[in-house]
Design a binder for this molecule. Structure first.
Ligand code: NI
Length: 467
């Protein structure tokens, strides 16, 4: 359609034009309004994006600034916990040496200490991680704007990890606790037999009515009994060990004194009877492994010859033949301990050795009324440990220095010849009253010795120490 202004146009045409103008104006107004609204929305979105961007930048910057301090603090806390646990566990481990025997108990603590030290001594590192806030571009061609990408470095961990330090510390506490408990159990297991030895010494020494100061031992026994009554959980292992040592040392030293007294008293009594092995040519005949039926025949020979002898008795035989043991003692002979069952004592544990010796001494005391003070270990098998155990059982160890080998030859002539050929002042002659051939030889042996001016004595009177 083509129109042009025409002032002379009729009124309907003017009105039409006016309507078009109105419509056009309205349209322009609408479009302008829409543009304003769109611009406003775009602006708001941008403001929001800027705010988000700035918040994110602020967040990562703050994280970057504080993360190292946080990581350092966490590491320092972990390290302090671990160092404390190591300091607590190390003395537990050291103290348990030679005490906690089970490697399954002690090795885990050793491992935990090694791991703890490794972590404690490891150089600490703070690895960094890069955090990026992405760039933001305003998608408006009329207002081109860009917020740049921001990159910061954040420490998000320490190496070693504080959690690993804490976990190693927990391992140390747990394993050290197990070892400490095992050590308390060990201490009680040590103290119990020592208390028993102390009690045994007290009873034995009191029964002998000897003039000995028993106060220290009495106090130690009372204290040890209280510790044992209090139970494993209450035990201080160091105190228990000290108490054990006091009990054992005091028992040994009191018995030592008592044994020396006995020897001195018996030698003085012998000198009063005119026998002094410092001057006389003394010989001791000793008979092991009885008493048996053959022992009675031997006693008759000795009685006829008025010859003293020493009998190292096997406890089991004493229990079987108490009246023979009694006859030996009544004959004026010295009765001594040769263990209960004739084992090699060095191969037995402490408790078994004590049992061998005590039961025999008791059987002898029951049968004869006299407690023996000499021990001849079977086979002469003895070491420092058995010697100490013997002392604490009130027994002096005595072996021999003239072996007739009567048990091997089983020949009266050979036995007699062995003595005649080897005898010298101080001879401690080993024979066995369980062999008839030996008993057959004894009368002639005594005659031979007396012909040579030897004086027969019990073995304890020989001056030379035969051990
Ligand atoms: Ni024997």
């Amino acid at each position: 359609m083509s129109t042009s202004p025409d002032p002379g146009a009729p009124a309907p045409a003017r009105r039409r034009r006016a309507r078009w103008w109105w419509l056009g104006g309205t349209l322009v107004l609408l479009l302008t309004g829409a543009a304003f609204v769109a611009a406003e929305l775009e602006h708001r979105a941008w403001v929001e994006a800027v705010a988000e961007y700035e918040a994110e930048v602020a967040r990562v910057t703050e994280e970057a600034e504080t993360s190292r301090a946080r990581a350092e603090e966490a590491y320092a806390d972990g390290l302090a916990t671990l160092t404390g646990a190591i300091d607590q566990a190390r003395p537990v481990y050291r103290a348990s040496e030679d005490q906690v025997a089970d490697p399954a108990v002690r090795d885990p603590l050793d491992d935990a200490l090694a791991e703890g030290r490794r972590l404690r001594d490891a150089e600490v590192a703070y690895p960094v991680e890069t955090r990026t806030v992405e760039a933001v571009t305003r998608p408006n061609p009329f207002f081109a704007e860009e917020l740049p990408a921001v990159t910061v470095e954040v420490v998000d961990a320490a190496q070693p990890d504080p959690a690993a330090l804490e976990s190693a510390a927990t391992d140390l506490v747990t394993t050290a606790d197990t070892v400490a408990t095992a050590r308390r159990e060990w201490a009680v297991a040590e103290l119990r037999p020592a208390t028993d030895e102390g009690r045994y010494a007290l009873t034995g020494l009191r029964a002998q009515d000897a003039d000995l100061g028993l106060g220290t031992l009495d106090d130690a026994v009372t204290e040890a009994e209280a510790v044992l009554d209090a139970g494993v959980d209450a035990v201080d292992p160091d105190e228990a060990v000290a108490l054990r040592d006091t009990l054992l040392e005091t028992s040994a030293s009191l018995w030592r004194t008592r044994l020396d007294q006995i020897t001195a008293e018996r030698r003085a009594a012998a000198r009063a009877d005119g026998v002094d092995c410092r001057v006389d040519q003394c010989v001791a005949l000793t008979f092991d492994d009885g008493p048996v039926a053959e022992t009675e025949r031997l006693l008759r020979i000795l009685e006829r010859k008025d010859a003293p002898a020493t009998f190292f008795m096997v406890g089991d035989n004493v229990a079987k033949n108490p009246q023979i043991a009694r006859a030996v003692a009544d004959g004026g002979h010295l009765v001594a301990n040769h263990s209960w069952s004739h084992p090699q004592l060095t191969t037995l544990g402490d408790a078994a050795v004590r049992e061998e010796l005590r039961s025999t001494s008791e059987a002898i005391a029951d049968a004869t009324g006299t407690t023996p003070f000499l021990l001849r270990p079977p086979y002469g098998d003895v070491d420092g440990r058995v010697r100490t155990l013997a002392t604490r059982t009130g027994l002096d160890v005595m072996t021999w220095n003239l072996d007739t080998l009567d048990w091997q030859t089983r020949d009266a002539k050979e036995t007699r010849r062995a003595v005649r050929q080897q005898v010298e002042p101080g001879s401690n002659v080993l024979m066995h009253d369980i062999h008839a051939t030996t008993v057959d030889a004894v009368g002639k042996i005594i005659k031979d010795l007396r012909d040579e001016d030897y004086v027969l004595v019990t073995a304890d009177l020989l001056v030379e120490d035969e051990d």
